[in-house]
Design a protein around this ligand. Structure first.
Ligand code: PLP
Length: 475
């Protein structure tokens, strides 16, 4: 140890310009300067990083560059820390899209977070019936509440809505035909394409009508002895306007009933309550879709519902029972954390008066624009202090709901808008500034459009935390 210490310290302030002066991995690791790093991260990980750092240094020196020993120490420390830095971490979503799929969609209410923590820490009743002291049903934890809230006879929770659609089609329509209106053959981000899902579910898609118009007769003509069910898909992320005709749930349901076929509706976002009571545009609720005649409805847990990632299948008891018996269900079953969170969120819905305060998704979507405006006028001058050379000002902006809910509806909001004075093409400087905000201890994510960097403050609640975080801004 003493020997290596002397050896290494002889390098300490020297510039290294020959490969033979680069320390060996052993010598480098034995440098007392690295002792605390090894103590914190373990010898194995630090060794691996040291090998990499020294190999890179060798490459540089062979290229004729000189490096100093202190920079090797620095590189080892940051490389090691980088290895264990989680890549999945919280950010501040100021994009103006409330349910942002890339940023994790719905934020969970505190009651759901507590429920997850409670079951995470130890054993739970996940599949255990306390009454009988025997094996219980994992799906029960959410089913009764879902039935109560939607009017469905039965319900099943799976990992996401893509799984819900796949399971529904595979159970009810394998080796059979499913007519769908051409205007509803949607693609959603992340490679969810209705025709591909149909193929993987083992059923044959029968395209009905035209892109912009589908009539009852089109559906009547498409029905054959091989038809398994009729399907309606919520056109989540686009709207066809102009000369259009879509089939309502009621129209489709009456055709389905005439032919003794089930009607399946993929609602996508699936609101559990009427959004109009939160001064938001109307979105078909699950209860409404079922009442209008859908036999099975599928929707996401982490879109408008505001819960954890999940897919929910709600509807007729006999059909849901078949799905529960499909071996595929086992591959899609939700874990205890999602179920705990889902049940907690559903419990909030039993008393709608608390939703606007307790459920972040609805709290943010229904947030008063005056409140957001006042926040921007407090935050903008502080941001300005950290962004010398830029022009920071409050500005009106339009938020979106996101995740395919009400794609053409915008919510009036307010933003901190950052521009560059007197520059024709501020592109690069704004991109650098946006990166500096992403490099903050809690990364802040905004949006660049119209030669400005925008931070829509609709989803910002922790004002003092945000301001403290800004101290780390390196512009
Ligand atoms: C979002 C969406 C899906 C996929 O839901 P995930 O929960 O993301 O799997 C399926 N169908 C429609 C209509 C959607 O809007």
């Amino acid at each position: 140890m003493g020997k290596s210490r002397r050896h290494v310290s002889s390098h300490a302030n020297k510039s290294i310009d020959r490969p033979q002066h680069i320390p060996s991995v052993d010598h480098f690791l034995n440098d007392p300067e690295n002792a605390s790093l090894i103590g914190e991260y373990g010898l194995s990980l630090v060794t691996r990083c040291a090998q990499h750092v020294l190999a890179e240094a060798r490459g540089k020196v062979l290229d004729g560059k000189a490096i100093d020993y202190a920079s090797l120490l620095q590189a080892l420390s940051s490389e090691t820390a980088g290895m264990v830095q989680p890549s999945l971490r919280p950010v501040i979503n100021l994009t103006g899209t409330v349910l942002h799929t890339n940023l994790g969609r719905a934020a969970l209410p505190e009651v759901a977070i507590k429920a997850m923590v409670d079951v995470a820490r130890g054993a739970s009743t996940l599949e255990f019936d306390l009454e009988k002291g025997k094996r219980g049903d994992r799906y029960k934890h959410a089913e009764d509440l879902l039935c109560y809230l939607t009017g469905a006879e039965a319900a099943l929770v799976v990992n996401n809505n893509a799984a819900a659609v796949l399971l529904t089609l595979n159970t009810l329509a394998r080796r059979k035909e499913v007519p769908v209106s051409r205007g509803e053959l949607i693609e959603i981000g992340g490679a969810f394409r209705m025709p591909d899902i149909m193929a993987r579910a083992g059923c044959k898609l029968v395209e009905v009508g035209t892109t912009n118009r589908t009539h009852s007769t089109d559906f009547e003509d498409a029905i054959s002895p091989k038809t398994a069910l009729l399907m309606k898909v919520h056109a989540s992320n686009f709207e066809i306007t102009g000369f259009t005709k879509t089939m309502s749930e009621q129209e489709l349901a009456s055709i389905a009933r005439r032919h003794a076929l089930p009607l399946v509706t993929d609602l996508g976002s699936g609101a559990l309550i009427d959004l109009e009571s939160f001064h938001l545009p109307h979105e078909t609720t699950v209860a409404e879709a079922l009442k209008a005649g859908a036999d099975v409805v599928t929707f996401s847990g982490d879109k408008l519902l505001g819960g954890p990632q999940a897919g929910i299948i709600a509807g007729r008891h006999d059909l849901i029972t078949k799905m529960k018996r499909n071996p595929m269900t086992r591959a899609m079953r939700p874990d205890k954390l999602s179920l705990a969170a889902m049940a907690a969120v559903l419990r909030l819905y039993t008393n709608p008066s608390q939703l606007a305060t307790e459920l972040p998704t609805l709290r943010w979507l229904s947030r008063d624009v005056e409140d957001i405006k006042q926040l921007t006028s407090r935050i903008a001058p502080i941001v300005q202090n950290h962004c010398k050379g830029f022009l920071v000002a409050p500005a009106p902006v339009q938020s979106q709901i996101g995740s395919g809910a009400l794609p053409s509806n915008r919510l009036a909001s307010a933003a901190v808008k950052i521009t560059l004075p007197r520059q024709n093409r501020p592109g690069k400087a704004l991109i650098r500034l946006a990166k500096a905000f992403r490099d903050l201890p809690i990364p802040v994510i905004g949006r660049i459009t119209d030669d400005a960097l925008w931070f829509d403050l609709r989803c910002l609640e922790d004002e003092s935390g945000f301001i403290a975080n800004l101290e780390g801004l390196n512009v």
